[in-house]
Design a protein around this ligand. Structure first.
Ligand SMILES: O=C(O)[C@@H](CO)OP(=O)(O)O
Ligand SMILES: [Mn+2]
Ligand SMILES: [Mn+2]
Length: 622
């Protein structure tokens, strides 16, 4: 999922220094080296040049060959194929919220295009984008881009990481796997480090899962545990990081009472360190490396609660939890309490992939040149909560097998000769490629697909709410008119990325910008006698205020509304149309509970095919 969609894996044999102690098969594999920089030109995801040892939980390479899967598509009985292209456009973070008040940016925004589309009978409805409809543990879980784009791209609902980790902890299966075995080798004489997002947001991680792992390690004999925490404020209310630190400190204190030396060692805001994605800003990962591994940061404190409170600040210059500066916890002699040393174990406790890939590369690859690591601990026993990239096999070792998402819509398309173009800006580029394709990096078929990344700026997006929407629009128009692609996919990041800043006015602007861009795109599709499907992956911009249980907006002590930076539980709108779409094609009335996973089947119908039998049913009838 590197730049340009290449994600090319090149593995060189390397005489790696053996780990301090004999390691299990999974860890004993020669340490992989950093993949070659992604090719500027589209390139297929190359298979690993040499087999990578896989944990027991993965299907063994020697499995008997499976019957070839039948990807053939049947022409639709009543919908003929379109003359022009089919556009699938995602307005990221644009929910259809029941609260239609001044805090709903999608409602406040002047959106003449979307308003007109809403008025077209039977071609507008809303669909579920959260909870069990997208494979999350409960219907109290808001949607997110990973699960949303997985469902949109695969046409199926699969149990997602959040749920798989819950199950692995509940059943104890986590403690039986090869990943746990690997870290347990550090229990006696080394330290086990846990790095990840500290909140109960459930988008990338969950604090109770961290606690489960910490207790599991302490109960199984781990002597020394260190937590490296990334403060959230994006999936949970800003300011809540203090409470999450307090709760973690209480847990660590109880582990210490039981004789386990357990402490917080370093930290910083999730948009400041470690959790970069899609190579938007590697310097974030370097700052994380310096704090977690080397014990170096601009700020040192004796305890994490003081660190977070101090670095947030309280006056007008206060920074949000997302942007807290990196810090390191030191002892009385000002020595960092938890640097990562040779032979230590490291667990990345986020289950979600996109923001863990870069730090995984830095931890895993023997040879790595993206930034100067200064020191790469030898014999590191490194695991991810999950394997984040199945194609790169990154990391090689993990605690819970990731969701298996197979037979995604892109595979059906290329196997049936349909040409595909996908684009977004950096912040959402992997969403319309990697997540869309079931967490697979690179192309499904480099001859038939083209993925284009428009580089995002590295700023707080409320300062530039148009983001790269106009550039994405221009690129999408070019792809549509080129005649080269039957399916064109685009994602506008604005309602989501600006919504996460909590800045209502900027988010209103973000929605207005997207409305203008959508208008341009639909006009082009019409001029080509094509068809379009417009939807979103989850809510965000549709509610910008924290509310009480009855939905009443909450205000701070200063009387100002308390901003909501997170996604919402709202369903999302879906619209279909286009000059090339027969009048007879309308939304069915018999699927009131449909969700994002019903979109792929719908797209195949717009393309003139019956939908694959394994997919959730189509939303349309003709
Ligand atoms: O920014 C992110 O990582 C998440 C929120 O945690 O947003 P999205 O799911 O829209 O990518
Ligand atoms: Mn999203
Ligand atoms: Mn988001």
């Amino acid at each position: 999922m590197g730049k340009g969609g290449g994600g090319v894996l090149s593995k060189k044999k390397k005489d790696a220094a053996p780990p301090a102690e004999p390691a299990p098969a999974a860890a004993a594999a020669a340490e992989p080296v950093e993949p070659a920089p992604a090719a500027a030109e589209p390139a297929a995801a190359a298979p690993a040049a040499e087999p990578v040892a896989t944990p027991e939980s993965e299907p063994a390479a020697a499995e008997p060959a499976k019957m070839a899967y039948d990807y053939s598509l049947t022409p639709h009985s009543t919908i003929a194929p379109p003359v022009g292209p089919v556009l699938v456009c995602i307005m990221d973070g644009f929910g259809e919220n029941e609260f239609k008040d001044e805090f709903n940016a999608t409602h406040v925004a002047n959106t003449p295009t979307l308003d007109a589309l809403r008025a077209v009978p039977d071609r507008f409805r809303s669909i579920k984008a959260h909870g069990t409809a997208v494979g999350l543990p409960t219907d109290a879980d808001m949607g997110n881009s990973e699960v949303g784009h997985n469902a949109l791209g695969s046409g199926q609902v699969v149990d997602q990481g959040a749920r798989l980790v819950d199950i692995a902890l509940e059943t104890g299966k986590m403690y039986e796997g090869a990943g746990w075995k690997l870290i347990s080798e550090a229990f006696d004489a080394n330290t086990v480090h846990f790095i990840g997002l500290l909140s109960d947001g459930g988008v990338h991680s969950r604090a109770n899962q961290l606690v489960g792992c910490l207790r599991g390690a302490a109960e199984r004999g781990a002597k020394r545990l260190r937590c490296h925490i990334l403060t959230d404020g994006r999936d949970v209310p800003d300011g809540s990081s203090v409470r999450f630190v307090e709760e973690l400190e209480a847990e660590l204190a109880s582990l210490r009472e039981k004789g386990c030396d357990a402490r917080i060692a370093s930290g910083g805001g999730r948009m400041q360190i470690t959790m970069d994605r899609y190579e938007a800003d590697w310097s974030m990962v370097k700052r994380g490396w310096d704090a977690h591994v080397l014990g170096q940061a601009p700020h040192t404190f004796k305890d994490a609660k003081t660190a977070v409170i101090t670095l947030r600040g309280s006056d007008d210059t206060a920074v949000s939890d997302q942007y807290i500066a990196p810090f390191v916890i030191v002892d009385e002699a000002d020595v960092p309490v938890g640097t990562i040393e040779d032979g230590d174990a490291v667990v990345l406790f986020n289950f979600r992939a996109d923001r863990m890939v870069e730090i995984s590369k830095a931890l895993e690859y023997e040879s790595f040149s993206t930034f100067d690591r200064v020191r790469h601990p030898k014999g590191l026993r490194f695991v991810g909560m999950m394997q984040y990239d199945g194609d790169l096999k990154l990391p090689a070792n993990f605690l819970v097998p990731p969701p298996e998402i197979s037979h995604v819509s892109g595979e059906y398309m290329v196997k049936n000769g349909l040409t595909v173009f996908a684009t977004s800006e950096t912040q959402k580029f992997g969403h319309v490629t990697f997540f869309w394709n079931g967490n697979r990096s690179g192309y499904l078929d480099a001859k038939l697909e083209q993925y284009l990344e428009i580089p995002s700026d590295n700023i707080e997006f409320n300062h530039a709410p148009d983001m790269k929407a106009f550039e994405i629009t221009a690129a999408t128009k070019e792809a549509l008119t080129s005649g080269k692609y039957k399916v064109v996919r685009a994602n506008f990041a604005n309602p989501d990325m600006v919504g996460h800043t909590g800045d209502l006015a900027a988010t209103v602007r973000a929605c207005e910008t997207v409305d203008k861009c959508v208008k341009e795109l639909l006009e082009v599709v019409d001029s080509l006698n094509g068809r379009w499907l417009l939807t979103s992956d989850h809510g965000n911009a549709d509610d910008m205020v924290q509310r009480d249980k009855k939905g009443k907006p909450l205000h701070g002590e200063d009387g100002k509304p308390l901003p909501l930076t997170s996604h919402t539980l709202a369903p999302v709108p879906i619209f279909i149309g286009g000059r090339g779409l027969p009048d007879s094609v309308v939304f069915r009335a018999d699927l009131p509970d449909a969700g994002l996973a019903n979109v792929a089947a719908t797209t195949f119908n717009l393309l003139g095919f019956e939908s694959p039998a394994i997919y959730k049913p189509t939303l349309v009838t003709a």
